[in-house]
Design a protein around this ligand. Structure first.
Ligand code: 13P
Ligand code: 13P
Ligand code: MG
Ligand code: MG
Length: 381
């Protein structure tokens, strides 16, 4: 019997501002999904929160992109939004970009990560959930987990991992995807996924037998809505042990914080800080961006857990380094590279400001780059 693990997340109202969720909203979502388990539409469910976002974790046998499952998540978020509206929480219903559910929750605002697999004799999984960032935040750790033997020793040691993994990379602007086989094509992979504004890793498959190893939500709210409505705050599922990276190998990339986009107004870069569930309440400059790791053992579809995997003093150093990095970036204020580059600001206030100044720009005698001169230099290193 194939099991499906679905994680669907949304920001349906912040308490206070964009920092946290409100317990009454979370309870409403939890109760609604719990009733669907009782009705037999789902095997099991759990709720995770990170910052102002709520993730519904569900197991079932309906496969990915299933209408019933997506509808359950949508209606649960609608119910939660009603409570958020009553409490006048900030941005109540923020990520529900439409009034009507139309069969598949993708494209309607919430983030979706789902995978279908045959449950192994022991099936450990980790669900990562981040706030104040975007799906490309997973690019670097997924590379380290599944393609860097200096981070994941199993790539060398475990015979089932020795053939490497295939990354499915999505171009966010065209909707096209490409499968890249590592280790053979690892430099091609890095050439793409280093462009965090354009390419994101959607799925990772084990080359040994094609088994799904990881999947991430890749929905970009601003690209769906055509304007800035909030950051995408992604989720990701990673399978662990016996032919997949060990739990410690999956967590290891997070021991060295790196910089992701999505801090303050979705318009700034900041370090991704691994935190316990308790500490996933970003408040300093609405951040810095946070990530939690929820570990589960799956038993006949039942979610045994979660185990709060970053609640380990061994990640204290990462948290402290992240704070140092945060200070360095904050020094830049509204200047790049703290503020996102121009092309990433196109969905915020920048077009409006440029429009306002449009008629005030005038020609000058300053030299402009000439096209033919640039072509001549092309061959130079
Ligand atoms: P134990 O010996 O504690 O089971 O650990 C095995 C292992 O592979 C840890 O990475
Ligand atoms: P969220 O995407 O988490 O709602 O944050 C939006 C924001 O503007 C934070 O400053
Ligand atoms: Mg919010
Ligand atoms: Mg959020």
């Amino acid at each position: 019997m194939k099991l499906t693990l679905s994680v669907i997340k949304a920001d349906i109202g912040g308490y206070v501002g964009h920092s946290d969720t409100h317990p009454e909203v979370v309870q409403e979502v939890k109760d609604f999904v719990g009733k669907e388990v009782e009705k037999g539409n789902l095997i099991y469910s759990d709720i995770l929160t990170c910052g102002d976002d709520i993730a519904i974790v569900m197991t079932h046998t309906h496969g990915v992109d299933n209408e019933t499952v997506h509808r359950i998540a949508w209606e649960a978020f609608e119910r939660g939004t009603q409570v958020a509206k009553k409490l006048k929480l900030y941005g109540a219903g923020q990520d529900l970009l439409t009034d009507a559910f139309s069969g598949n929750i993708k494209g309607l605002g919430p983030g979706v990560a789902e995978m279908e697999f045959e449950e192994r004799p022991s099936e450990p999984v980790v669900i990562f959930f981040a706030d104040k960032t975007s799906p490309s935040a997973w690019n670097l750790p997924l590379y380290e987990m599944f393609a860097d033997p200096m981070s994941t020793a199993g790539l060398v040691i475990d015979p089932k991992m020795h053939d490497g993994f295939t990354f499915e990379v999505l171009d966010l602007y065209t909707g096209k995807a490409v499968k890249i086989n590592t280790p053979a094509e690892v430099y091609d992979l890095l050439a793409l996924i280093g462009s965090v504004g354009k390419y994101v890793v959607k799925n990772v498959y084990r080359n040994y037998d094609g088994e799904i190893a990881a999947t991430a939500s890749t929905q970009r709210l601003s690209l769906i809505a055509g304007q800035y409505v909030g950051k995408d705050d992604p989720v990701m599922i990673v399978r662990s042990q016996s032919g997949f990276p060990a739990i410690g190998e999956i967590l290891e990339p997070f021991a060295k914080p790196w910089i992701v986009e999505g801090w303050m107004r979705g318009s700034h870069n900041g370090p991704l800080m691994p935190v316990s569930f308790e500490d996933a309440r970003p408040s300093r400059f609405d951040g810095p961006p946070r990530v939690i790791a929820a570990g589960y053992q799956i038993a006949e579809g039942k979610l045994i857990g979660p185990s709060d995997l970053f609640k380990d003093p061994a990640f204290d150093k990462a948290r402290s380094v992240a704070q140092e990095m945060a200070d360095m970036l904050r020094r830049q204020g509204i200047f790049e590279p703290h503020r996102l580059p121009t092309e990433e600001m196109e969905y915020t206030s920048l077009p409006k400001i440029l429009k306002k100044l449009e008629n005030r720009f005038y020609d000058t005698e300053e030299e402009r780059p000439e096209k033919d001169k640039i072509t001549e230099k092309e061959d130079m290193d």
